[in-house]
Ligand binder design. Structure first.
Ligand SMILES: [Zn+2]
Ligand SMILES: [Zn+2]
Length: 335
């Protein structure tokens, strides 16, 4: 079969590889849509320490079941499915406490050491596989994983109906955060980004409080925002974003900042105004709920996915992401 193999950092090849081996508890999937994530770019650039090279990347995908191992119970050939890429060990200190996203032997399909979805086929354990309802197409299926990261963030954030939100970053993750905020009964969602084309997409999604800085949106929350979500992964943006939080409000770090970078906050303000600072990492029991919110229409799939390219044009698809062109870019390996 054909697959995208990252042999080592900066060495990406679209090449013929052996078909996946299907273990007794595995499901073989013909991949119909696989999204490109910022993490994929980090893996290509050698900036994601958990990755073991060479690897077939791709962790945001859906497809059709074309084979099952002899011990598979609930999945059938011909089913349309999405895949939770999480492969936590289930045995370590954090897994025993129900915090598998913090697993000490962390692994994920297409990210750690397990082959991923930028391939014609992929074999994954049955426990990762979720049947799609008819209302969710393959484009939507490949959005479940990024949305599940947002859902995990909201599980930690514990927002209330009527909250005011400020979202920093109008890329795919920022806008998915904004859409989920709206779905959670937000009173106001303000979106801040310096890319005017992305603010246009935010407006198309129905968000009219948008701006290039806090000053341009502050009028909708003069005392500050209950929930401020950083979705750019820039440490300097996090420093600015914390200024937007209301007393007793929460700052959520959703973007992936470069490891080792330090942010400077006014710690007196954190103390004096009782500001909560939290982080959220990847997926934790949130893939099923993300599938449900997509099926419920919370995420405008056709607006989120702006480009779909064949596997052969993977390099081009990566360039779209690097240039910040469009929004979510997907690849259709066996369309
Ligand atoms: Zn991702
Ligand atoms: Zn573990």
């Amino acid at each position: 079969m054909k697959a995208v193999v990252v042999h080592k950092p900066r060495d990406v090849r679209i090449e013929e590889v052996p078909d996946p081996r299907v273990g007794p508890k595995d499901v073989l999937i013909s991949v119909r849509a696989c999204g490109i994530c910022g993490t994929d770019i980090h893996i290509i650039d050698g900036e994601f320490p958990p990755t073991q090279y060479p690897i077939i990347i791709g962790h945001e995908f859906g497809g059709e079941v074309i084979g099952i191992g002899e011990e598979v119970i609930d999945v059938e050939i011909g089913q349309r499915v999405g895949v939770d890429p999480t492969l936590n060990c289930g045995e370590c200190y954090f897994c025993q406490r129900g915090q598998g996203n913090l697993c000490e032997r962390w692994n994920a399909v297409g990210v750690g050491s397990h082959p991923g979805g930028f391939a014609e086929c992929v074999a994954v354990p049955e426990r990762c596989v979720y049947a799609l309802p008819d209302t969710v197409d393959y484009k939507g299926a490949a959005l479940i994983e990024p949305v599940s990261c947002v859902v995990h963030g909201f599980h930690l954030l514990q927002p209330r109906v009527g909250d005011r939100y400020a979202i920093y970053g109008a890329g795919p993750m920022g806008l998915q955060n904004a859409l989920l905020a709206r779905f959670n009964g937000a009173r106001t969602v303000a979106i801040i980004d310096i890319n005017p084309r992305r603010l246009d997409i935010a407006r198309e999604l129905g968000f009219d409080v948008v701006g290039t800085s806090l000053d341009e949106v502050r009028h909708v929350a003069t005392r500050g925002f209950d929930n401020v979500i950083e979705a750019t992964g820039r440490t300097k943006v996090a420093e600015l974003a914390i200024e937007a939080v209301i007393s007793r409000g929460t700052f959520l770090q959703s973007g992936v900042c470069p490891p080792g970078e330090k942010a400077a906050f006014d710690m007196f303000r954190i103390y004096n105004q009782e500001i909560r600072i939290i982080g959220s990492m990847a997926v934790l029991n949130s893939y099923g709920p993300a599938l449900d919110v997509i099926a419920a229409g919370a995420i405008d799939v056709d607006k989120m996915v702006t480009h779909t390219l064949p596997l052969d044009r993977f390099d081009e698809a990566v360039d779209f992401v690097r240039r910040g062109e469009g929004l979510k870019i997907q690849v259709a390996p066996s369309a």
